[in-house]
Design a protein around this ligand. Sequence first.
Ligand code: AMP
Ligand code: MG
Length: 411
Amino acid sequence: MSPGEAIGISFEQAQDIMRRVGAESRLEIVRRPLSRALGAVLAEDVVAGLPLPGFDNSAMDGYAVRAREANAAGASGLVLAGEQFAGSSRGLELGAGQCIRITTGAPMPRGADSVLIKENAREADGHVMPLEPVREGQHVRYAGEDVAVGEIVLRAGECLTPARLSLAAALGLPDLPVHRRPTVALFTTGDELRPPGQALAPGEIHDSNRVLLQTLLIAEGYEPVSPPVLPDDPARITAALRDASFAFDLIITCGGVSAGEKDHLPALLREHGQVHFWKVRMKPGMPVLFGRLDDALLLGLPGNPVSVLATFLTLGRDLLAALQGQAAAPSPWRARLAAPISKGHSRMEFMRGDLACDAQGQLQVRPNPAVASHRLRAAADANALICLPEGAGEYAQGDVVDVLPYPGQRG
Ligand code: AMP
Ligand code: MG
């Protein structure tokens, strides 16, 4: 066993604690206009107060007809008796042997049962000749066939997507009750960090975790606030974090949670707040810290860039979801390994991989061999985490494994 193998709680325990504490601190319900609710978690079921469609209407541009008459019309055709366009109902009624010009979305005239599409008809001298047989009911969209009044169409705990928001709009709702989105303060820590754009003195590196976390959060609709880098100075860190704890729901830090002389966060949280857990049997990300500081929850991520990615995607996102009452974390996908993996340690592992669909429609994931937690390039080349459960083991090519696609990745 390599050093540190037995240290900490299991990944599942960490996840459970995170979800429980998140649910206990669930944020209040607010109404959000639909255009500002993407990614928010619905707080109450939505019951349809209107049917969809709201009335029988045409699915095509053409002529509203009675199928029976259209099919028996003969050479003289049907008499074109009027026009019904989308946007208002003219209350038209179809007389015997007649048809009415109609556009997509226009209410069906009374008496009409079908729509003959424009392309399948010839119009001349106020008459319409069907060029194809008409099937009764064709191209008619019936009131309530999509949604009936009283149906639950969206459920509390669901995450709002563009399609769900547009469904709410179609039902006439201008806003929805959602859990307030957590406010997040984001701190990077370390004397060695300089912002990109600044020259580096010997021993310094650019702060790459800041933009990683900022954009991971922004991609999920959060608006993180990230003050300047904190030096490895316990007094400065304490002052900054305590200030933030009164203004934000969640503080995310990175760096300074491990066992080094400059890793001040665990002791700081123990002294001024409460530690829910420190150290999880996962790789990368073992020293991850979680607790409460004054009014805020604090998630202390390790400093290594790949650890940041893995701990945020697997634990941080769950915490944010639980704070908003999300019903369940999305289950991981499953894919076949495109290459074998020899897992020589017992911790839960989140390896970087390239997920793609093969010509047979089978998801395949190719593990990236650069597994060390500073190998940011490998993380950037990948598009998913491969989740390998606790326990050492040999994985063969073709074995099915859990995968967690990076959010928002398209190639
Ligand atoms: P730490 O957990 O503070 O000991 O940091 C672990 C490793 O991650 C060290 O090599 C740090 O230099 C590096 N690191 C810490 N914070 C950042 C950051 N914001 N951006 C890039 N690398 C970082
Ligand atoms: Mg550090």
